[in-house]
Design a protein. Structure first.
Length: 341
């Protein structure tokens, strides 16, 4: 199995969230061949209408290598040079899929069994795949989750708290604004108060942060806006109770609605002897799995700093190293079954 060719083949299939099936069908064929060659079993696990997770396992899975098949938009195809592979999903997380599959083949050739590969949909938006997988565990004791950590084990990752802020106003001619109520003005006032909320720090995970990701509304420059909305996301490092209350106060003060649409707590993770460590600010499917597939570890090739960008890429060196890392982790967990911390 060639991890570079496999990465490019995966990148060249558009699998932005909600439209993962082209990659699902391609991987089903690849994983079916692996299962047939090494007496494994493969399953489609429905996560949402027309969207499947994929599971392949060999023996009784003690260790599960897992990552996600979906990507953020916009899609763009692959290219390469002497040092890197480029394209949407190169490091988040199609290169990781390729590294895990190549590691699996390497393990099977050497006679190692009792592990699984689990690839899920929806991580970039609503974790639909992880939600479905958490409801159907297979007894795995360890879950190695793949995200771009530059091949270092993450000791912790921030959580997320996402809101849709919605405002309904009253239409009026902009020459007579007193006859209407601007939803956009109310939204801007509420966002200003939300941005002024003091956010907590954590010694391990660092500061909480806020991103105002989308803002939309209004009909024309000469019409007082009757609707407006924004999507905002906090990256959490502590319990969100006080933050939720502060957002609710800011929304109430300006007559807007703050709808919570996603929450994942910050997590602290164990390490494994012999692997370098780091701390990451992004959120993963790990909280959604909620231990159903075993005690989690977080590691993968690539840098999060180029994920979701127009220059998303993964180095050939890190991708090659990841194959050996995943294979070594599986062997170590199967043999010792002990995490640190």
């Amino acid at each position: 199995m060639d991890p570079f060719a496999l990465t490019r083949a995966l990148i060249d299939l558009d699998s932005t969230t909600g439209h993962e099936q082209p990659v699902v069908e391609f991987l089903f064929g690849q994983l079916s061949s692996l299962a047939e060659g090494y007496q494994g079993r493969i399953e489609r696990m429905n996560a949402a209408p027309g969207r499947d997770n994929l599971l392949v396992y060999f023996g009784s899975p003690t260790v599960t290598l897992s990552t996600h098949m979906d990507t953020v938009p916009p899609y763009f195809p692959s290219r390469e040079d002497d040092s890197h592979l480029y394209g949407r999903g190169a490091c988040d997380a199609k290169g990781i899929i390729a590294a895990m599959m190549t590691a699996a083949e390497k393990l099977l050739v050497a006679g190692t069994r009792d592990f699984a590969l689990l690839f899920v949909v929806g991580e970039e938006r609503d974790s639909a795949g992880a939600i479905a997988a958490a409801a159907t565990p297979r007894g795995s004791r360890f879950l190695v989750n793949g995200e771009p950590t530059e091949n270092r084990l993450a000791l912790g990752s921030k959580g997320t708290l996402r809101y849709e802020v919605v405002v309904h106003g009253k239409l009026a001619h902009s020459a007579y604004p007193e006859l209407g109520h601007s939803a956009i003005h109310a939204l801007l006032d509420a966002l200003s108060d939300i941005r002024a909320i003091k956010l907590p720090d954590d010694e391990l995970l660092g500061p909480s942060t806020l991103n105002v990701g989308t803002v939309s509304g209004g009909r024309a420059p000469n019409v007082v806006a009757d609707e407006a909305r924004a999507e905002i996301m906090f990256r959490l490092v502590t319990d969100p109770t006080e933050l939720r209350a502060a957002v609710a106060r800011a929304a109430a003060a300006h007559g807007v609605e703050a709808r919570e649409v996603l929450f994942n707590p910050a997590v602290r993770l164990a390490s494994l002897e012999g692997f370098p460590t780091t701390v990451v600010a992004f959120t993963t499917d790990i909280p959604t799995f909620n231990g159903a597939w075993g005690e989690p570890l977080l590691i993968g090739p690539g840098s999060i700093h180029v994920a979701h960008t127009a220059e998303e890429r993964i180095s050939r060196k890190e991708l090659t190293e990841a194959v050996d890392i995943y294979a070594r982790m599986v062997r170590q967990l199967l043999t010792a079954g002990v995490l640190v911390g």
